[in-house]
Design a protein around this ligand. Structure first.
Ligand code: HEC
Ligand code: HEC
Ligand code: HEC
Ligand code: HEC
Length: 422
């Protein structure tokens, strides 16, 4: 969550929760019980093989979250609490738009559509509503990759032509947001990572990650739609750290968008939480997965309310203070806020510098010879990439403070070099 540095007092947080839950759509009614029981049995039998070999995951049917309500009431109830974060739609009571917080983004991202609409991420069960309501124009069916387990079904149904199908055309076939199936298939409690593209990438690039981290990483990662068929693909040919990702993008001439004022071909990084955590972050080295911090252990079950751990001080005490002994929850949260405030300050400075350069280039580009223009473009592209690798990551530098600082330092250095050329 960017730039919201004051902890929301618990009372307000609770009040908001009740308000939003009251306004949200009711859960889908469980579909036929008989069918559910039958498929559940089938799923249990298959899960044994599914764990051993991801390619054997049966993606032909999805048991919906609401159908598990009676069998797993605690996991279901905490999962439904994620609806509370549906605060950031246009017209919603409190909207924290990145474009208001960092106005220079409107210039930098022009051409990518992120200059039109860019807000805090919402809770998982809101994902379908969010992707359908976004003010960014819809592209293709691949946009549903991280929003619904039914993605894998449609992928099987339509084959390779699925990814580039019209977004609106496949919409009627999708009615379940991110849910149990995404991490468990039809066997709640067993970790079964379902994203075909991610499982392929893990194999292809030989990534060493445990199943629990993969469960979140399968969506919280950087990707690009492959130019051939639009399939979600990952720029990890040289590694998942920012230098390697940039090198891959540059060697493959990949550009996500063209900035109209400058004419620069640029890269839009997408939520690289996985890349930040797993590239030598202190907490990955300490053996933690995403779920260890984002899912609290309750009496007899694991909470499925995924959000900022700071929205529940008990969660900070239970999880964080088990290692950070001798600190209070407040002291530790202050330390995190310090890292984030520093990162946010640099977001402002760097984005304003990039905006300034865009405007200068737009004005003067006719006076540059081609070599000079290309040199500025290349440095700008790299600077914007390093900025974005931190900006598009949702922890504002916390998941990997050293990596975030290193990226922003590189962006600063490139900006200095460009200034020497202008
Ligand atoms: C060491 C514990 C820890 C680990 C491990 C961890 N996170 Fe976080 N995460 C946090 C904290 C703390 C924040 C910042 C919360 C805040 O700013 O209120 C955060 C923020 C986030 C946010 C932004 C939340 C928001 O409200 O905007 C997302 C999304 C996220 N993490 C996902 C992940 C994913 C995915 C992984 C694994 C790749 C992961 N986290 C690993 C502790 C952790
Ligand atoms: C984003 C991934 C994800 C989704 C979606 C998800 N789970 Fe889980 N689930 C986990 C993780 C991670 C654990 C804990 C694993 C651990 O700590 O060993 C878990 C554990 C469980 C367990 C084992 C008991 C417990 O509570 O620790 C059950 C049962 C379960 N989930 C049911 C569900 C149900 C029902 C849904 C849908 C309403 C669901 N899960 C959705 C990731 C997920
Ligand atoms: C199927 C894809 C998918 C999986 C699996 C997944 N996420 Fe997410 N996650 C998303 C999307 C998409 C959003 C943003 C949804 C929106 O804005 O509507 C999101 C949002 C979030 C947020 C921000 C919500 C908030 O209220 O702060 C957190 C935190 C988060 N995810 C953590 C996790 C963790 C931890 C795991 C693993 C246990 C995980 N996610 C697994 C796709 C996924
Ligand atoms: C498994 C043990 C463990 C858990 C759990 C844990 N940490 Fe840490 N944390 C570490 C280690 C080890 C380091 C690196 C050494 C250090 O700086 O103390 C660290 C570093 C930090 C830092 C300093 C980072 C930097 O580079 O400046 C902060 C802030 C922090 N943790 C916050 C948290 C928060 C918040 C949580 C809970 C969401 C948490 N930690 C959970 C072990 C843990």
């Amino acid at each position: 969550m960017k730039r919201i540095k004051l902890l929301i007092p618990l009372v307000i947080a609770l009040a908001m929760m009740i308000f939003v839950v009251a306004c949200s759509q009711p859960a889908q009614a469980p579909s036929q019980d008989k069918e559910g029981t039958k498929t559940e049995q089938k799923a249990t039998d298959e899960s044994k093989t599914a764990q051993a070999d991801a390619s054997s995951v049966d993606n032909s049917y999805v048991i919906k979250a609401a159908e598990w309500k009676d069998k797993y009431p605690n996991q279901y109830e905490t999962y439904m609490q994620n609806l509370e974060y549906s605060l950031d739609y246009p017209g919603a009571p409190s909207s924290s738009s990145y474009l208001d917080l960092f106005p220079a983004l409107k210039t930098i991202y022009k051409g990518s559509n992120y200059d039109i609409f860019y807000v805090d991420p919402q809770g998982h069960p809101n994902a379908l509503e969010t992707v359908r309501k976004t003010l960014r124009p819809h592209k293709n069916a691949y946009c549903y990759n991280c929003k619904t387990p039914q993605y894998m079904i449609l992928e099987q149904k339509y084959g390779d032509k699925f990814y580039k199908m019209d977004f609106e055309k496949v919409t009627p076939e999708i009615d379940e947001p991110i849910s149990c199936y995404d991490c468990h298939t039809n066997t709640p409690g067993v970790m079964n990572v379902t994203r075909t593209n991610f499982n392929k990438a893990v194999e292809e690039f030989d990534l060493k990650v445990d199943e629990k981290t993969k469960a979140c990483a399968q969506c919280h990662n950087d990707y690009y739609p492959s130019p051939e068929n639009g399939e979600v693909s990952h720029p990890w040919g040289y590694g998942t750290d920012p230098d390697s990702v940039l090198k891959w993008n540059n060697e493959n001439n990949w550009s996500g968008f063209t900035q109209p004022e400058s004419g620069f071909k640029l890269i839009k990084v997408q939520h690289p939480e996985f890349e930040h955590l797993t590239n030598n972050s202190p907490h990955f080295l300490a053996g933690l997965s995403c779920a260890d911090c984002h899912m609290k252990k309750e009496d007899g079950y694991t909470s499925h309310r995924w959000t900022s751990p700071f929205k529940d001080v008990d969660q900070v005490e239970q999880i964080c203070l088990s290692c950070h002994k001798g600190m209070t929850a407040e002291q530790l949260m202050d330390a995190v806020n310090g890292i984030q405030a520093q990162t946010d300050k640099r977001f402002t400075e760097i984005s304003e510098n990039l905006e300034r350069i865009t405007k200068t280039v737009a004005q003067n580009k006719d006076s540059y010879d081609e070599a000079k223009y290309k040199e500025i473009e290349s440095k700008y592209r790299d600077a914007q990439f390093y900025f974005d690798f931190v900006f598009a990551e949702n922890s504002d530098g916390f998941h990997n403070p050293a990596l975030a600082k290193d990226c922003l330092d590189k962006a600063d250095k490139l900006i200095e070099e460009i200034d020497g050329l202008l």
